[in-house]
Design a protein around this ligand. Structure first.
Ligand code: NAG
Ligand code: NAG
Ligand code: NAG
Ligand code: NAG
Ligand code: NAG
Ligand code: NAG
Ligand code: NAG
Ligand code: NAG
Length: 608
């Protein structure tokens, strides 16, 4: 403190700031850099007038409709011959009082059986409307850009490729609502919010009402100029009973057909996920036959929609089904084989030309202390469990990692050579949801002791994970959930994937940030979400560096999420680029500032 005062005095005794420093620069201890960069300000008075800094710059809508140079698969009129012949096409409507007395059930799939599917689930909140809302043009008042952040967010020279896939992502269960409507059957997620709460705020039966508002939601993306929308299809809306051979719901088929057509009409390219955690319970009860059930469903969807869909995602974050769908890691093998079956059927039987992928969760584990070999081993072991189990066979034609297979009591077996052959090269690029990075070190007892004890809470990866650096600093700004604004790790996240699995390309299929305690802020404050803007801009600038400096082929980036949604029981984890008013009866959406900034980033950085 004393020293600073002294320096300040030295400066102030000069009659002029510039003179004082020029004088000091003559001394033998002066810094040449300081002298060279210093310019003498010329202080002056002038008359004051206000400067207009708000401006009404408007978003540029997408050109519409999309016209693809060619279809991606034969039209349904030709592809329909690939469907099984004995399928019942019907639709259901839930009448909880349906009894055996009112109808005769021959095949076990009548209205009574449908009502029984729902016997254990009831919701305290009902959707406030039950018909599709016609879209209206987004008023220009909603399309005004927020206050400009230039020059604070600089515009680097590097460009993204012209065909970069950019846009937003969402998933069926998290946004649709109307769980018991439209002939839908239950999914394993439906217990969240059912019977547990009388608070519409936690009830997935309402969610964001996207099942009825999808046209408006797509119109809103188009109005802002967002070219790609990644959404998921609800398996149990297509096959309410889930399993192979059971009836197919015509209302579900028509719904997603129209979602895709609406995208195309508005100029938005659809990216379609077949399962985003919402498995039918009947399928979960018969995971050994997953491939059979999954193909039955996938064929119904792909024969109908594949002519218009350039990207398919077979499964979302399969690792989350360990624990939620099945206790055992063997489920990852079931999913791998079901994925491969759908890939082969699509490419070889249907003759589709779209690109197919499977989308992984991976908050990259980094060694807490990179100079400590046990920390590096922990990070690698975590990665082997979360990515290697499926990534090795899919991308490297290699066996499940030995760390996994040699873990005592692990219930996943090595793939046979036939299985390896079936699975290899069945993703056209790798998709990853790298929200944040995390530090790994061994379980307190050490990796070996933990691996040998399947009751250990850290078993089987046996990694202690943290977002706090060894020196006590958080790696970045904390969110309300697990994401951090820690762009310094993005190049390593991409570099790990690129150099470990050597894919043709990497799609960042989800990434996002939910500000702390966002739910408690006013609408205006929620909309001015500068943290989210920084998250995306910083992240994307590192993507540019990864592409240009590291030679990594990042082919796209899809923000999570299109809307604030049901984050598996919480509406307080608000990842959306748009807000949703869940109490006004209309579920009105508002764009957040980050959405404009997100669009701006791509407009500034796509080469054309
Ligand atoms: C919801 O309401 C029902 C009927 O009023 C009641 O029985 C139940 O206990 C309530 N549940 C909760 C979680 O408050
Ligand atoms: C499920 O697998 C069992 C045993 O492999 C088989 O008997 C049964 O037919 C399968 N069910 C379906 C629907 O494929
Ligand atoms: C799956 O990935 C998510 C996201 O990284 C993580 O929270 C979860 O713990 C993982 N589950 C397993 C079983 O690895
Ligand atoms: C390496 O990490 C382990 C586990 O955290 C620790 O016990 C050990 O002391 C570390 N070794 C060194 C050289 O820092
Ligand atoms: C393996 O699992 C069994 C049954 O749960 C348990 O008794 C045994 O202790 C476990 N072995 C190890 C090495 O964790
Ligand atoms: C295995 O882990 C559990 C839970 O941490 C612990 O209670 C038990 O003592 C451990 N068993 C052995 C053999 O270390
Ligand atoms: C937000 O408000 C709710 C009550 O309205 C409170 O329970 C919660 O703790 C608040 N969250 C934070 C992070 O302040
Ligand atoms: C939601 O809408 C209601 C009714 O119009 C209004 O009172 C409330 O302030 C809105 N909430 C937010 C966060 O905008």
């Amino acid at each position: 403190m004393f020293l600073r005062t002294t320096v300040l005095t030295t400066v102030l005794v000069g009659s002029h700031l510039g003179e004082a420093l020029v004088a000091r620069s003559g001394s033998p201890h002066a810094s040449p850099t300081l002298t060279a960069s210093f310019e003498t300000p010329s202080y002056r008075y002038s008359s004051f007038s206000y400067t207009q800094l708000t401006s009404d710059r408007y978003a540029t809508p997408l050109p519409s409709p999309i016209s693809f140079p060619a279809t991606f698969a034969p039209p349904f009129s030709e592809a329909s011959t690939l469907l099984p012949t004995e399928v019942t096409y019907t639709t259901y409507s839930l009448n909880p009082t349906t009894t055996a007395a009112t109808e005769s059930e021959t095949d076990g799939y009548g209205q009574q059986a449908y009502a029984e599917l729902w016997a254990s689930l009831s919701y305290s909140s009902a959707p406030p409307f039950t018909t599709t809302v016609s879209p209206t043009p987004v008023p220009s008042s909603e399309l005004v850009f927020p206050p400009a952040l230039t020059p604070y967010l600089a515009n680097p020279e590097k460009k993204l490729p012209e065909n970069f896939i950019w846009g937003v992502a969402g998933s069926a269960w998290q946004i649709e609502g109307g769980l018991q409507l439209g002939g839908r059957g239950p999914s394993i997620l439906d217990t969240i919010g059912a019977l547990q709460s009388n608070d519409s705020a936690s009830d997935a039966n309402v969610a964001t009402m996207n099942y009825y508002l999808y046209k408006q939601d797509i119109a809103r993306l188009a109005a802002l100029g967002v070219p790609y929308y990644s959404f998921s299809i609800s398996w149990s809306r297509i096959v309410p009973f889930g399993v192979a051979g059971s009836p197919v719901n015509t209302e579900g088929l028509a719904h997603y057909d129209d979602v895709i057509n609406t995208c195309i009409e508005y100029g938005v390219t659809p990216i379609v996920t077949l399962v985003h955690a919402d498995y039918p319970p009947s399928v979960v009860a018969d995971m050994g036959n997953l491939s059979t059930h999954y193909l039955y469903y996938a064929k119904q969807v792909m024969t109908r929609y594949a002519d218009r869909v350039p990207y398919w995602v077979t499964f979302n974050e399969p690792n989350i089904s360990v624990g939620s769908v099945a206790k055992s890691y063997s489920i990852l093998k079931d999913i791998l084989l079901a994925h491969a079956a759908a890939y082969h059927w699509y490419k070889e039987t249907l003759g589709g030309t779209a690109q197919i992928t499977l989308k992984f969760a991976n908050n990259l584990a980094l060694p807490l202390d990179p100079t400590n070999s046990t920390h590096t081993a922990s990070a690698q072991r975590y990665q082997a469990f979360i990515l290697g189990i499926m990534g090795n066979p899919l991308l490297l034609s290699e066996q499940i990692p030995s760390e996994v297979l040699s873990t005592p009591n692990i219930t996943i077996e090595a793939l046979t050579s036939e299985e390896l052959a079936t699975v290899k090269n069945t993703v056209d690029f790798i998709s990853i949801d790298p929200y944040t990075a995390q530090f790994a070190s061994p379980a307190p007892e050490g990796i070996e002791a933990c691996a040998a004890n399947s009751s250990h809470p850290l078993w089987p990866s046996c990694a202690t994970l943290t977002n706090v650096q060894a020196n006590g600093w958080l790696m970045g700004e904390a969110s309300n959930d697990y994401a951090y604004i820690a762009p310094q790790y993005v190049r390593q996240q991409l570099g790990y994937l690129w150099n470990t699995f050597r894919p043709k390309g990497i799609l960042v299929a989800e990434y996002g940030f939910n500000p702390f305690a966002d739910a408690n802020r006013s609408l205006n404050a929620q909309r001015y979400d500068l943290e989210r803007t920084l998250y995306y801009h910083f992240f994307l600038r590192e993507v540019l560096t990864a592409i240009h400096e590291d030679g990594i082929n990042v082919i796209g980036a899809l923000a999570w999420s299109v809307l604030d949604n049901d984050e598996f029981g919480s509406y307080a984890n608000m990842y959306g680029l748009q807000t949703v008013n869940r109490t006004d009866g209309r579920f009105e959406r508002h764009y957040k500032r980050s959405f404009f900034d997100y669009v701006d980033f791509f407009h500034q950085h796509i080469a054309s």
